[in-house]
Design a protein around this ligand. Structure first.
Ligand code: GDP
Length: 366
């Protein structure tokens, strides 16, 4: 079997690990043109299947892009922005232009100001050393913003290839599937050519007779909240519907727990409201700051869930971050969980999140 390559994407075929790249059932080897399960699904069901790749393999693959010309479409999850950026992307992809696409718009409250959101995406991209041509907001699931994005891709690619990149869980498969469904008329979405010079192939979706859109596999970003929690917890913390704000009036010396995954201590300032934008299924507990440590110690995983039992085995300890909120409407952002708006500012807080999960401030989006 050694050396057999998938005719769809070029990855080496293996028959032992269904969840890894290049898997094909043994029976498939009897055919002349062997294709991997991922390509099989794409070809027959117009569906892209996720396959986990190791970071290094992935980064090597991405690095191939720097040797060619094309437009990079980077997908990010607006609920987990810092978990969405691929370290060193600009270096890996060379001087190719980047279009930044914020996905999962459908879960944001309608009152979010999309210009401010775009500004924040631009600003964060800059922090990660990325120069972006333009920013687009979409819901890959609902199809919102897809038409405009397609047009922008066409404009910015200037007749070259397109490479779609993103960390796992940002919605890249959903996005590619949506694109495939949109561009009806394409019957055989997989071509037999694969990205030259790589051992692991990219999925190739022809755009015209000489250029293609390539789906690159999702990179695993260690700092994504998604990697610390069990599947069950991930379902609970990931908003699936429009987020409904929950408002708490707090006095100095009070604490909010977001399940047991994060915590906000109001350490000093006048009585203030704290407006929480988290998954509607996330439970928030209010307590006194002086009792918070005890509550956490004795009730983590019971009263304070998620984490469930499985998550607790993996979850890094909570790390404290002190913030002085400036005198304007500010959001405290817990990457992968949501955010808390402080309407007037001028307060001090200590927020706790699992070590490695980024907590930051931004000008309020609402
Ligand atoms: P990938 O790992 O980047 O390929 O991400 P997937 O396409 O598998 O999506 C990850 C999760 O995000 C899945 O639970 C999707 O249902 C969800 N998802 C993807 N796009 C959207 C979107 O536009 N809105 C919402 N609410 N969820 C989305």
């Amino acid at each position: 079997m050694e050396g057999i390559k998938c005719q769809g994407c070029g990855v080496e075929i293996q028959t032992s690990e269904p969840k890894k790249p290049g898997y094909a059932p043994k029976s498939a080897l009897e055919r002349e043109d062997v294709i991997c399960k991922r390509c099989f699904r794409l070809k027959h069901y117009n569906e892209v299947q996720d396959v986990p790749y190791q970071d290094e393999e992935f980064l090597n693959m991405l690095n191939q892009i720097s040797k060619s010309r094309g437009l990079i479409v980077q997908l990010v999850d607006i609920f987990d922005l810092s978990g969405s950026f691929i370290p060193g992307l600009q270096r890996l992809t060379g001087n190719n232009p980047i279009l930044l696409v914020g996905n999962k718009m459908d879960v944001l409250p309608q009152s979010v100001n999309s210009n401010k959101l775009k500004q924040w995406l631009r600003f964060t991209a800059k922090e990660y050393g990325l120069k972006v041509e333009d920013v687009h907001l979409i819901s890959a699931q609902k199809g919102t913003g897809m038409e405009e994005l397609s047009q922008a891709i066409d404009k910015h690619r200037k007749g070259e290839n397109v490479y779609v990149v993103g960390t796992t869980n940002v919605g890249k498969s959903t996005f590619i599937n949506q694109l495939i469904h949109q561009s009806s008329g394409v019957t055989n979405v997989i071509t037999t050519s694969y990205f030259p010079g790589t051992t692991l192939g990219f999925i190739d979706i022809p755009l015209d007779h000489s250029t293609s859109l390539y789906d690159t596999p999702g990179v695993i970003h260690r700092h994504q909240m998604a990697h610390y929690v069990s599947d069950r917890d991930l379902k609970q913390i990931t908003p699936r519907k429009e987020v409904k704000p929950k408002v708490y009036q707090l006095n100095e010396g009070q604490t909010l727990f977001f399940g047991g995954l994060a915590r906000l201590d109001f350490t000093s300032g006048e009585r203030s409201s704290f407006i929480c934008y988290l998954s509607n299924e996330m439970e928030i507990h209010r307590t006194k700051l002086e009792k918070a440590d005890d509550l956490y110690k004795h009730h983590l995983g019971e009263l304070l869930t998620p984490p469930d039992e499985e998550t607790m085995k993996e979850l890094p300890p909570l790390k404290a971050h002190d913030f002085k909120i400036p005198g304007e409407k500010t959001d405290i952002v817990f990457s992968g969980l949501g955010w808390v708006t402080v309407p007037q500012g001028e307060v001090s807080v200590t927020v706790h999140a699992p070590e490695g999960v980024k907590v930051s401030l931004r000008q309020s989006l609402i």
